[in-house]
Design a binder for this molecule. Structure first.
Ligand code: NAP
Length: 249
């Protein structure tokens, strides 16, 4: 079997870290991108290495083009061309209504949640495309149930960034379908990670439980399972598709 090399952006914690643990157990070489949490990223990398996985730790801000291109070059040098990408890194700003949002806040959020995903997709497809000498590949973009709900009163800017990711997924899936590359999305919601603290409400999931049809939040590992399936050959006829993981919401 040929070697599988995956890059997971935002792998230091939360959904990214859970995905890294699962893919490491499925014989991928795992490239772990992080932004600020070096200790958590190093600890995860060490754990995966101890279990026999080949890892590469990559500090980069995905909103910065030069840092993204350098990150992909480091992967080329370590493992050869990338075969799988999980575009996962994302940020959330404190809850507020649109009338109070500044251009600085909106632009910062979009530069990570949208520009960062575009840049990583660009670098990945350049390496994967069978039209350019690559062997094909698979991409999963981590969107959000917020793309459908719009997150009124909480963070419409974040929701809109995820709407852009759904559109990116749909368009790119078609654009590269003949080049051996599949592009799919997952839309999680109410997952127990640090992200809700960044939004200013660590107990947000507890407040919203009554309106979630399954009456509970989700675990990062439950999202990782869907990502791993979409990346795998078991999903070989699936592209431009989305799996919602939000307890029925
Ligand atoms: P999290 O626990 O807050 O983790 C966010 C990750 O993104 C961290 O690894 C962080 O790196 C990384 N990151 C942030 N800014 C970055 C940048 N500029 N460059 C590179 N990495 C950066 O979040 P999570 O809940 O696991 O979220 C993962 C994805 O799922 C996000 O796209 C999020 O929007 C989406 N999502 C989450 C939920 C939920 O309920 N949790 C629901 C829907 C969608 P450092 O730790 O190194 O700073």
């Amino acid at each position: 079997m040929s070697e599988k090399t995956v890059l997971i952006t935002g792998a230091s914690r939360g959904i990214g870290a859970a995905t890294a643990r699962l893919l490491a157990s499925q014989n991928y070489n795992v490239c772990l991108n992080y932004h600020r949490q070096i200790h958590q990223a190093e600890q995860l990398s060490q754990t995966l290495r101890t279990a026999g996985c080949k890892t590469l730790l990559l500090q980069a801000d995905i909103s910065q083009e030069k840092q993204v291109t350098e990150m992909f070059c480091r992967i080329d040098n370590a493992f050869g061309p990338l075969t799988h990408l999980v575009n996962n890194a994302g940020i959330l700003k404190p809850q507020m209504k649109l009338r109070d949002m500044t251009a600085e806040r909106i632009n910062e959020l979009l530069s990570v949640n949208v520009t960062g995903y575009f840049l990583c997709c660009r670098e990945a497809i350049t390496r994967m495309s069978t039209a350019h000498g690559g062997n094909g590949g698979a991409i999963v973009n981590v969107s959000s149930v917020a793309a459908r709900t719009g997150s009124p009163g909480e963070y419409i800017d974040y929701a809109a960034s995820k709407g852009a990711i759904d559109t990116l997924t749909t368009g790119l899936a078609t654009e590269v379908a003949r080049e051996g590359i599949r592009v799919n999305g997952v839309r999680p919601g109410f997952i127990y990670t640090d992200m809700h603290t960044d939004g200013g409400e660590p107990k947000r999931i507890e407040r919203l439980k009554p309106v979630i049809p399954m009456q509970r939040g989700g675990q990062p590992e439950e999202v990782a399972e869907a990502i791993a399936w979409l990346l795998s050959d078991k999903a070989s006829y699936t592209t431009g598709s989305f799996i919602d993981l939000a307890g029925g919401k």
